[in-house]
Write a protein that binds this ligand. Structure first.
Ligand code: NAD
Ligand code: TDX
Length: 331
């Protein structure tokens, strides 16, 4: 199978490419990535001779037409992905997430190709801390931020192209990922790389906000399971029953990195900060047999800490730029 992986130089996409080379060596992979601040071509060095890399923008209709024509399936990870950036400057989120997805849909429609669209649980908005319900495939979209509203828009475009044009697509909405190769702007790597450089973890607001954590390899295995066993036209929620509040995550990191439990600081809260995400992934598990392999977040975090400690060259430069940006927006 010839697969076009969009956003393959980013966090989840690069882990997907590295892992899929091992688990599906017969797949021929082409990566397209614009190498935005979040993309790092060096991440793909271990497989650079086994894949094709194209630097380009998914919003470029001509380029997408050509690349889609040459492949059997598009596995669509590319997006602007950080909520804080979307509050600062929403436009790139509209270009990449909405227009980029539109151009991919038009190309797969024209050439009759398969699409798997990667999305987030944030499209469903947030839950109260004591809500007994979790998100399911039937939960109505209700996004809060510019980021999540552009992801919800992309999901709705995919659903419309399935229904109106018969495009052969599946959609997955996953919870918060952690693991190696995540940009240092995100919560967990920001704190790990902070602690490694002598800076206290920074907690937004009270830190009661809950995220449903999943290891990136479990997410990517679920994507492969949906591609191979999922039903066309369907949406699947991906989650690993990993609810933890941000305070609990910081406590675990401090413990694993031998720092006192109170060695963190509160910073300004994120405007519109979603309180809780929680995923019911029973449909995915029943239809594909997928199950998460990382059931112990402590072990997963310990591996992630080891990776950042061993790969300072990978993150040092972007750390500096990221913290300058956070200082400017006061978080
Ligand atoms: P990321 O920001 O680390 O990587 C995104 C990649 O896409 C980068 O390499 C970037 O250069 C590339 N890109 C952005 N705009 C592009 C464009 N117009 N053309 C070509 N390439 C472009 O993000 P991530 O965390 O790896 O997220 C990947 C996908 O997974 C996104 O669609 C995101 O919404 C989704 N998702 C992420 C999480 C999470 O916790 N990180 C959870 C659920 C879903
Ligand atoms: O320094 C911080 N301190 C802090 O308390 C940062 C960067 C974040 N936080 C909080 C905000 C959130 O409650 O941690 C939580 C996680 O924050 P992010 O890593 O920014 O993730 P989130 O906003 O939950 O979105 C993530 O999961 C869903 C990804 O960035 C999205 O791409 C994905 O769709």
């Amino acid at each position: 199978m010839k697969a076009l992986v969009t956003g393959g130089a980013g966090f989840i996409g690069s882990n997907f490419v590295l892992r899929t080379r091992q688990t599906r060596p017969d797949w021929e992979l082409t990566v397209i990535d614009s190498l935005s601040y979040a993309g790092n071509k060096n991440t793909l060095d271990p497989v650079k001779d086994d894949i094709t890399f194209v630097e380009g923008n998914i919003a470029d209709a001509e380029l997408m037409d050509k690349l889609v024509a040459d492949n059997d399936i598009v596995i669509h990870f590319a997006a602007e992905s950080h909520n804080d950036n979307s509050l600062d400057n929403p436009w790139p989120f509209l270009e990449s997430n909405v227009i980029g997805t539109y151009q991919i849909l038009e190309a797969v429609r024209k050439h009759g190709k398969r699409l798997h669209h990667i999305s987030t649980d944030e499209v469903y908005g947030d839950l109260e801390l004591d809500d007994p319900n979790r998100f399911t495939e039937q939960t109505p979209v209700n996004p809060s931020s510019p980021y999540s509203s552009t992801k919800a828009s992309a999901d709705l475009l995919v659903r419309a192209w399935i229904r109106s044009f018969g495009v052969q697509a599946t959609i997955s909405n996953c919870s918060n990922n952690y693991g190696p190769r995540q940009h240092v702007e995100k919560f967990i790597p920001r704190q790990i790389t902070g602690i490694l450089t002598g800076v206290k973890p920074k907690l937004y607001g009270t830190g009661e906000n809950v995220r449903d954590w999943i290891h990136v390899d479990d997410h990517n295995d679920a994507v492969v399971a949906i591609i191979e066993k999922g039903k066309l036209g369907q949406t699947y929620l991906i989650g690993a029953d990993g609810e933890k509040n941000n305070r609990e995550i910081i406590a675990l990191l401090l413990e694993l990195m031998d720092k006192p439990a109170d060695w963190f600081e509160h910073v300004n809260d994120r405007p519109g900060h979603d309180m809780r995400y929680a995923i019911d992934s029973s449909k995915l598990r029943a239809e594909t047999g997928w199950q998460p392999q990382y059931s112990d977040i402590r072990a997963g975090l310990a591996n992630t800490i080891d990776w950042y400690a061993a790969n300072t060259d990978w993150w040092q430069q972007s750390k500096q730029a990221t913290e300058q940006n956070y200082a400017r927006i006061g978080r």
